[in-house]
Design a binder for this molecule. Structure first.
Ligand SMILES: [Zn+2]
Length: 405
């Protein structure tokens, strides 16, 4: 029969007889029944000759939509009695999972849609609850995550981000060669990183270096698991961020200390000072120059910040050493306390700074993921389900479109 064949091909209903189809109320409803020759016992698997029918039940399942029309399948089911094992109960339903109220064929569609839009829109489009979409998507990601193997990589980048405003953090490790998040763990201490490093080591992954900020937690984790075998590389992004903070703190000091015209000249210059010289527009550039003429301490601090950015374009570690010597001497000569503190920090992290010239890696790719993580955070409904949030992080690299909502 043509319609039976349609149900088979479009909805994956195998071994069902089509009874009728209704159109109405903006939806299509197909009534189906188990083809009598296909019956089997849900308990022992005995076939048709062992089975007698003893009552009826009815269940409605959501199927894939047809265009924008909802499509449902109403199963006219039977209570079966098996003479082989003695079981009595509802006939087995092979086209849906457990108590699910939708066809298994819908799973694939939900998963595909979740890859291109938000779960909220998927739920709206299919006319199902958000929780259902989430459950299906989560189960799919869990399955893939279980099968995922550790990659044979040389480089990792590690960073933290705030999960809740200000006080709670998550540590994230990314394969630098592929941009995939390999690991996410609550906290920003060594303990948040050690388990994944141990896993990599046990698996014999040929790790060479890990890019990170200059806080000691992550480098401690690397040392604890790998000793000196794996290098720590303090990354450009974080060091420059510290220099930016130093110039901003210098500016704030000035605002506090100065009066009148001098003070007025500094107000509203934050973005001028933080930007790289090369990315300033002409008008901003002349404003910056005017400011520098007025205020020598700020000018010197600005030069220190801009100068430090040159470090990562040096040819080798030898040049790097000389540069750090000169830069820290200069910072001390200028006498700016924020830059003196930065000079101390740089000095105590020399090996990790100079290791850059051996590996030339940074946490850059992770910073790129940051925007996606932010959008995901807005979608995560306050992390009601942390396991799900982590799963989404692990597959974030393949999420092409992420819309808020
Ligand atoms: Zn049986």
């Amino acid at each position: 029969m043509a319609t039976t064949s349609f149900l088979y091909h479009s909805l994956g209903l195998v071994g069902y007889r089509h009874l009728s189809t209704e159109y109405g109320g903006g939806k299509l409803t197909h009534h189906v029944e188990r083809a009598s020759g296909k019956r089997n016992c849900g308990e022992c698997g005995a076939l048709r000759p062992f089975i007698t029918l003893d009552g009826r039940f009815q269940r409605t399942f959501l199927a894939l939509p047809v265009g924008r029309k909802r499509q449902e399948v109403v199963l006219h089911g039977h209570i079966q009695v098996c003479s082989k094992c003695g079981a009595r109960g509802r006939e087995p339903i092979p086209f849906a999972d457990g108590k699910a109220r939708f066809l298994r064929a819908l799973n694939r569609l939900i998963v595909d849609l979740c890859g291109i839009t938000t779960m909220k829109y998927v739920a709206q489009y299919l006319g199902v609850g958000w929780d259902l979409v989430k459950d299906v998507f989560k189960a799919h990601l869990e399955k893939r995550h279980r099968k995922r193997k550790l990659r044979q990589v040389r480089y990792l980048a590690v960073d933290e981000f705030a999960t809740h405003k200000g006080n709670r953090y998550m540590t994230v490790a990314v394969y630098l060669e592929t941009g995939e998040i390999l690991h996410a763990h609550e906290g920003k201490d060594a303990a948040a990183l050690i388990p994944v490093l141990q896993r990599l080591k046990r698996a014999g992954v040929p790790l060479k270096a890990v890019a990170m900020d200059m806080s000691d937690a992550y480098s401690k984790a690397v040392r604890e698991v790998y000793g000196e075998e794996v290098d720590v590389v303090h990354d450009t992004f974080h060091v420059v961020a510290l220099a930016s903070k130093a110039i901003d703190d210098t500016r704030k000091d000035m605002v506090r200390e100065l009066q009148g015209e001098e003070r007025k000249a500094i107000k509203g210059t934050r973005f001028l000072l933080l930007k790289g010289l090369e990315s300033l527009k002409e008008s901003s550039m002349s404003r910056l120059m005017a400011l520098m003429e007025l205020n020598e301490p700020l000018y010197k601090a600005y030069l220190l910040k801009e100068d430090l950015r040159m470090f990562w374009s040096l040819p080798d570690a030898e040049a790097g050493k000389t540069f750090l010597d000169e830069w820290t001497t200069e910072a001390r000569a200028v006498g700016n306390r924020h830059f003196m503190r930065l000079a101390d920090t740089l000095n105590s992290h020399r090996p990790g700074l100079l290791a850059y010239f051996k590996h030339r890696i940074s946490t850059g790719p992770l910073e790129g993921l940051n925007n996606k993580i932010k959008v995901l955070k807005r979608q995560a409904y306050g992390y009601r389900d942390m396991a799900f949030f982590k799963l989404r992080l692990y597959f974030l690299h393949e999420t092409s479109v992420l819309m808020p909502g």
